[in-house]
Every structure is written in C-alpha cells, then in structure tokens.
Design a protein around this ligand. Structure first.
Ligand SMILES: CC(C)(COP(=O)(O)OP(=O)(O)OC[C@H]1O[C@@H](n2cnc3c(N)ncnc32)[C@H](O)[C@@H]1OP(=O)(O)O)[C@@H](O)C(=O)NCCC(=O)NCCS
Length: 203
C-alpha cells in the first residue's frame, strides 16, 4: 500500500487497480451522487475503464497530486476519496474535492482530510492557491470548504443540457491563498487552540 498522508483518523493512499468494487459501491448510493449526477450511479465499466485509469494516470503526471483513497485507520475500511490536483498546467493552483460513503458523513472526516492536504500542499508541494467548487445547494460540501479555510470567490450560473435538481441555483467557487493560510496559521500559533483533527486552526 502506498500511503500518501496520515491524519489523526485517516490514511490517504494511492488507488490501485483493485479498487473498482469500492468505487462502484461509493457511486451506487443515490445520496452520495445527489449533487453530482442527480443520484444516478456510475456504471461499473465506466469506473473500470475510465475513472480508475484516470485516477492512476495522475500519479504519473503530477508527483504528489491526484486522487487519494481515504481509509479509516481504526477499521481499515474504505471511506471514499479526496482529490487534490492541478486542474490544468503546473501545481501552482490545485483543486480540492471529496466524496465519502454516507456511513462516514458527519464525523468531520472531509474536513480533516482537506486540512491535511492543504497543509501538505502549501508547505511541501509548492501550491499557491487551493480552489474548490460545488453546487450552491450542496451545503455539506460548502461547509467543509469553509471549515478548511476556503472563502467564497464567486457564484456562477451555467446552462446545462440536462440539469440536475438544484442546478438552477448555480455553482460556487471557493479559494484559499497560501499567504492567507500562513497568516491564519501564525495567528493560531499565537494563542488560538488547535482543531481536534490536529491539522491547524482552519476556518
Ligand atoms: C460533502 C461530504 C464529503 C462531507 O463529508 P463529511 O465528512 O460529512 O464532512 P464534515 O463532517 O467534515 O463536515 C460536514 C459539515 O457540513 C454540515 N452539514 C452536513 N449536511 C448539511 C446540511 N444538509 N445542511 C447544513 N449543513 C450540513 C455538517 O454539520 C458539518 O458542519 P459542522 O461541523 O459545522 O457541523 C459528504 O457529504 C459527501 O461525500 N457528499 C457526497 C459527495 C459530494 O457531494 N461531494 C462534494 C462534491 S463538490
């Protein structure tokens, strides 16, 4: 197992060709897919032939960036994944994303993993700006962005050929600049208590 990062409760590792079933299960829950496809599952052959190969190819293209399988340390269970990779070009700017099994929601895992990735990005990987986007109505995802220290950069309205429910409210883009993160870290060291996840003060 190629471990990329450990947090207090999570282990983020590289995906392998053996992760088809876990990804298929994850994408088979309509609640997980609600703000992504309107609840439609991802077919197994799409995972096997398109999604997983794409995940694996990122490790070759960008050292230190990509999609990471999230494993619960205490149980060894696959919880879902985190995305932390440049959308285009070099690693100056990185996109943050996450998708977790419903049974793992509400425990602070998405926030814990995001904060750890952001810290690694800013301190070790040369990242200058972290961005994340979601539907306006995806409150849980927006809350994770805020707790990880990102702030709202813009709201946009795009027209989709086959819009899912809630798309009419638009999408939001959040961002966090390294300088702002550093400033908050310094303020945290001067007296604010650390977060329970031990990953800095965050938002
Ligand atoms: C988004 C997601 C990763 C969050 O994971 P998580 O581990 O539950 O997140 P956390 O526990 O770290 O934080 C969730 C926060 O959102 C809040 N929240 C969750 N659902 C909410 C809702 N419907 N309304 C308001 N707040 C909500 C939680 O209370 C928590 O905030 P708090 O700590 O201030 O109470 C998870 O819900 C998920 O996988 N969703 C499906 C995939 C998805 O939509 N991914 C994002 C696509 S952009």
């Amino acid at each position: 197992m190629q471990v990329f990062l450990k947090t207090e409760r999570l282990l983020l590792r590289r995906f392998t060709g053996a992760d088809v079933d876990d990804l298929f299960d994850l994408d088979s829950d309509p609640d997980v897919m609600r703000f992504l496809t309107g609840g439609k599952p991802t077919p197994r052959d799409v995972i096997r032939n398109e999604i997983l190969p794409r995940f694996l190819s990122y490790y070759e293209r960008y050292a230190g960036f990509g999609y990471w399988a999230a494993i619960e340390k205490s149980t060894g269970e696959f919880l879902g994944w985190f995305e932390f990779r440049p959308p285009e070009g070099g690693p100056d700017e990185v996109e943050l994303g996450y998708r977790l099994r419903r049974s793992a929601w509400g425990k602070g895992y998405a926030t814990e993993g995001s904060r750890a990735l952001i810290r690694k990005g800013f301190t070790e990987l040369g990242v200058r700006r972290v961005v994340a986007s979601t539907m306006v109505v995806n409150t849980a995802s927006r809350r994770v962005m805020e707790k990880a220290g990102l702030t709202l950069a813009r709201t946009l309205h795009r027209s989709w050929p086959d819009p899912i429910e809630g798309a009419e409210h638009g999408e939001v883009e959040y961002e966090l600049w390294k300088a702002d993160w550093e400033q908050r870290e310094a303020a945290g060291r001067e007296g604010f208590p650390s977060s329970p996840g031990g990953q800095g003060t965050g938002a």
